[in-house]
Design a protein around this ligand. Structure first.
Ligand SMILES: Nc1nc2c(ncn2[C@@H]2O[C@H](COP(=O)(O)OP(=O)(O)OP(=O)(O)O)[C@@H](O)[C@H]2O)c(=O)[nH]1
Ligand SMILES: [Mg+2]
Length: 194
């Protein structure tokens, strides 16, 4: 049956690893640097403008936020990297992200977001290495493609595939603004959660 993400709802926000709920559904998690577009892409996938909070200021998502649609949990994680928050807060986020992934959960798909405009950043490289080492199923969503021409976007895709050592088949060019790549991501989610 086709995935039906039309009845998405916010479940809850968790600020500590201990408070995370027991996994009862397949999970699709969103990871990536602060400001890369995690919450925006999640909203676009779920067809809702403001389900997850979006901000031009890096560091908007400070907790692990769970959403639910069609029996799948969508997990919006805080960004890592350059958000201007205290070292203590940054550590709390890092603990949340690694704590989430160290639990015994149903990791059906991780959507790893990378800004299509930049060269691979060391934090992106670390994230991809982490996903590979832990054998987590993942797809790389290259974000904000509306900011590049189509030819430049495919050039960047090839470059980032090389730099991150990811098969281009495992990458999807996306734009939360224009809807590029959303159908493709929905297909990947459906496959991963079947
Ligand atoms: N042009 C363009 N801007 C985007 C796109 N996706 C997100 N943005 C913008 O990028 C900024 C950050 O978006 P968020 O979705 O809040 O990013 P995030 O990764 O959730 O950020 P944190 O929660 O801070 O880690 C916002 O100003 C968005 O409007 C896109 O596809 N195209
Ligand atoms: Mg966010």
């Amino acid at each position: 049956m086709a995935l039906n993400l039309n009845n998405a709802r916010f479940v809850a926000s968790y600020g500590t690893v201990e408070s995370l709920p027991q996994p009862t559904t397949p999970e699709v998690a969103f990871v990536g640097r602060s400001n890369v577009g995690k919450s925006s892409l999640l909203n676009k996938l779920l067809g809702r403008k403001a389900l997850a909070k979006v901000s031009a200021q890096p560091g908007k998502t400070a907790n692990v936020n769970f959403f639910e649609a069609d029996g799948i949990s969508f997990v919006d994680l805080p960004g890592y990297g350059f958000a201007r928050v205290s070292a203590k807060e940054r550590q709390r986020w890092a603990d949340l992200i690694s704590g989430y992934f160290s639990q015994d959960r149903s990791f059906n798909l991780v959507i790893a977001l990378v800004d299509i405009r930049l060269e691979a950043q060391s934090l992106d490289q670390d994230m991809i290495s982490f996903l590979k080492e832990n054998e987590l199923p993942f797809v790389v969503a290259l974000t904000k493609a509306d900011k590049l021409s189509r030819s430049k976007a495919s050039q960047q895709e090839a470059l980032l595939a090389r730099q991150l050592e990811v098969d281009p088949q495992q990458m999807v060019i996306t734009s939360a603004q224009k809807g590029t790549g959303i159908d493709e991501l929905r297909r990947r989610i459906q496959e991963a959660c079947d």
